[in-house]
Design a protein around this ligand. Sequence first.
Ligand code: PHE
Length: 343
Amino acid sequence: MENKVKKIREEVESFIVSSSEELEKFRISFLGSKGSVKGLFSELKNVAIEQKREAGQLVNGLREFVQNKFDVLKEELESSSDDNQKIDTSLPGDSIELGARHPLSLVRSEIIEIFSRIGFTVSEGPEIEDDWHNFSALNFPAEHPARDMQDTFFIAKGDTPQEEIALRTHTSSVQVRVMENEKPPIRTISPGRVYRNEAISARAHCFFHQVEGLYIDKDVSFADLKQTLLNFAKEMFGDKAEIRLRPSYFPFTEPSAEVDVSCTICNSKGCNVCKYTGWLEILGCGMVDPNVLEASNIDSKEFSGFAFGMGVERIAQLKYKVNDLRLYSENDVRFLSQFTSGM
Ligand code: PHE
């Protein structure tokens, strides 16, 4: 009798139930009127009188055990089918938040696209730069006051200015690297981050982004420069955009100019962004100084060229009407998620 009870316990324990039919099978085979527990009860009458009491307790214990197991299985089955009913397949799914591209990256890509349509390639250079590429090759003589125009972050001081290492102050350094490595015709733009030692405010930051442009070939003229920039302004700000050039000074270009674009915010009528002038400054440019060509072993009698450099933040400010430069580097998702391509 003891063995039989043990065997039935084992069977009960290993029984798995995943549907109400299986639960019914369990009930019938163990607890039903022809079930194994009932069978043991009827066998009790054959047990010797002096063992009856003990055997009775054993079989009663078994019945209780099987009944408990049945109750547990029943509850499990009911709660799992409850779960099934809780799933409402007609509800919309959880939406996954999509990332957004950074506004500066959107503007950078747009600038690259505009210039690549007219045959410009993309070149990049290092952010840690030596004096030669950032200054000397660009016609900044040592001790020349023009070096002070750009508040430089120096990384390593040398005995002479020519040995100094700095964070590049402009992407014009990439011009030099391209001229050293390629022969004209050269038509390239260089997007990248630049650094200047300035106090951070809404209008200035210690790092920002520029896109440099360089075009060198035979007979490149100032008219080519102007037309290239007008094309850029119209592609970037719309067909109505106009540009004007004001004389300026850069050591590496001669003549040099600063370029304004007609204010897109007030349609040149005058507003506080353009300070009621109708014009907004967007870039510096000029004809590459012959000294710069010669420093990179390009014959300035055979070739001429133009260069320009624009601030990506400046273009983004005008395009998205965001006037505080600090927002671009604070990584506030509420700000960053507002921009989508094609705006
Ligand atoms: N490098 C200049 C600046 O950072 C911009 C510039 C580039 C001007 C190329 C002329 C030609 O202000």
